[in-house]
Design a protein. Structure first.
Length: 534
């Protein structure tokens, strides 16, 4: 019987001659109907490049295939005409991309983007398409987005997790034969992640759909995959039945991946450390306007009266579901979001400071954003991106001294100093996240707000980043406000914990106490979803 997808001896190269980079080298795998194959490996191993080759979505002619075959239902896709590929893409083969905000069109509403594939491939009427869009949004747990106002909203008006669910709704719209899921749950909190994985499995059984799953989360692989291919440096080093791979890994690299879990937890905080940042009754309310005169009829209470303290050389972890207000809180604390309430930094009230007055403080307060690709300018080299802060604050000396500082910052996050002359699109998602961390570290700030800094990283790199952040905290006594949905990572780093739901704090206190004895049902629910394996 012919496999749904057959990839044989696939090679992918970027560039030409001496500048040629061999991203994929002789990869072979197949997927049958109703089967899930997982491609796992570290950031930059060639997983996403292999998957994007299936849909011919690589930047041709810069990317090319020196050798190999990709057959979908027996049809060769490597040299298929572009008009044939357009018929297949989004209809018979769909993809959930890794970075939702950069994959969604910022100028089109959510309804327009989901309905586009229905109008093009299914030739639906606008009314039929809207009904299907609402059905899909309900399917992926976005009931709140089904009102006319939210259907007309733009992607940036949704949280990272909500954007990811919109991407999943788009991919499932035409009930494809093959779904390529590139880190489909990266931006999702643990409870929604469980719902989405259950949904994918349910739809897979209903539609007899093949699933190519690309992820660094081995817990997902263990639950979802029938077979696993382990990739490193563009090659598959081990392949086989999921259970066999997990129970008896043969290759040293596979063993390394399986052993890479965030370890340990910091010493309990004694509460005597000086407060670096604090807020009292902090609020971020967005007005809801209706009518011809656009009168304010209500508010979206993204952050609703939050009081917190971040201590010198300590980490405050902020956890909660997607849309709970975690990222909005982080942006409000450093005055990137208009807010009400008191904010103190180094005992100085900053809530009423204007842009000019805030500038000197920007060196002391840095932020690592959730979406690394969206926060890195595509027109600047990595060196220029990291150098920008040094130039703004008049630091680093001459060009050569600044290049040395930039090289050191890159080394600290596990990248090579020579990489500073390359551009963001030349790096994998995980590498871009490390660049974003290097940009914050180069100024040696007092406080770093880390918004999902490890969400795009595989477990081995996560462990390295955790050790790096711990080391930097010990060395420079940096304070962290650590926002994440990954409770294993939060537990490894946080001295204190704040649990958010619907813009409010439901529980806060010493991290070791909340992890060992949570009092609020919502905290108990989060921990149960995150640590069901342990």
């Amino acid at each position: 019987m012919t496999a749904l997808l057959e990839v044989n001896d696939l090679h992918v190269c970027f560039g030409q001659n001496q500048h040629q980079v061999k991203a994929v080298r002789g990869v072979s795998f197949s997927i049958d109907k109703g089967e899930t194959l997982a491609l796992v490996g570290e950031s930059g191993s060639g997983k996403s490049v292999s998957a994007l080759s299936v849909m011919r979505l690589l930047p041709y002619p810069k990317a090319h295939h020196p050798a190999g075959s990709i057959r979908f239902k027996g049809e060769e896709l490597i040299d298929a005409p572009e008009n044939r590929m357009r018929e297949i893409r989004g209809d018979r083969i769909a993809v959930i991309f890794q970075e939702p905000l950069t994959s969604l069109n910022p100028l089109h509403s959510v309804e327009q983007q989901i309905s586009e594939v229905l109008l093009v491939h299914k030739l639906m009427t606008p009314r039929q398409a809207r009904e299907r869009v609402i059905e899909l949004l309900n399917l992926v747990g976005l009931e709140a987005a089904c009102s006319p106002e939210r259907l007309a909203a733009l992607p940036h008006e949704f949280s990272g997790g909500q954007q990811q669910r919109i991407m999943i709704a788009m991919a499932l719209a035409n009930e494809p034969d093959l779904l390529i899921a590139d880190e489909p749950t990266t931006a999702l909190d643990v409870t929604v992640q469980a719902q989405i994985l259950d949904l994918l499995q349910e739809l897979q059984q209903k539609l007899d759909m093949g699933l190519l799953l690309i992820t660094h989360d081995l817990n997902i692989v263990r639950h979802m995959a029938d077979r696993v291919c382990v990739m490193t440096e563009g090659k598959i080093v081990e392949a086989g039945n999921s259970q066999e791979i997990f129970n008896a890994p043969q290759h040293p690299y596979t063993q390394k991946l399986l052993n890479a879990e965030p370890q340990g937890c910091p010493e309990p905080c004694d509460g005597s450390a000086v407060e670096v940042l604090s807020s009292t009754e902090l609020k971020v309310w967005y007005p809801i306007k209706k009518g011809v005169l656009k009168r304010t009829v209500d508010h979206v209470k993204a952050v609703d009266g939050i009081s917190l303290k971040v201590r010198h050389g300590r980490t405050l972890g902020v956890v909660g579901e997607s849309g709970s207000g975690k990222s909005t809180l982080g942006r409000a604390l450093i005055r990137l979001e208009h807010s009400q309430g008191q904010i103190l930094f180094d005992q100085q009230a900053i809530e009423n400071l204007n842009r000019k007055q805030m500038r000197p403080l920007r060196r002391e307060i840095q932020m690592v954003f959730q979406d690394p690709y969206g926060s890195l300018s595509p027109r600047l080299s990595i060196g220029q991106i990291i150098e920008e802060g040094l130039l703004v604050h008049g630091l680093g000396g001459d060009l050569q001294q600044r290049r040395e500082l930039i090289g050191k910052a890159l080394l600290e996050v596990g990248l090579e100093p020579e990489m500073q002359d390359r551009y963001p699109h030349e790096f994998s998602g995980g590498q871009r996240q490390r660049i974003a961390i290097a940009r914050a570290l180069v100024l040696k700030p007092k406080l770093i707000i880390l918004d999902e800094p490890t969400s795009a990283l595989d477990r081995t790199v996560q462990s390295q980043i955790i050790e790096l952040l711990r080391d930097l905290q010990d060395r420079y006594q940096i304070s962290y406000l650590f926002i994440s949905h990954d409770l294993a990572v939060v537990r490894a780093l946080s001295h204190e914990l704040l649990v958010m739901k619907s813009g409010q704090v439901v529980e806060q206190g010493p991290a070791h106490q909340l992890f060992s004895n949570p009092q609020h049902p919502y905290t108990q629910q989060l921990l149960a979803a995150a640590f069901m394996e342990q």
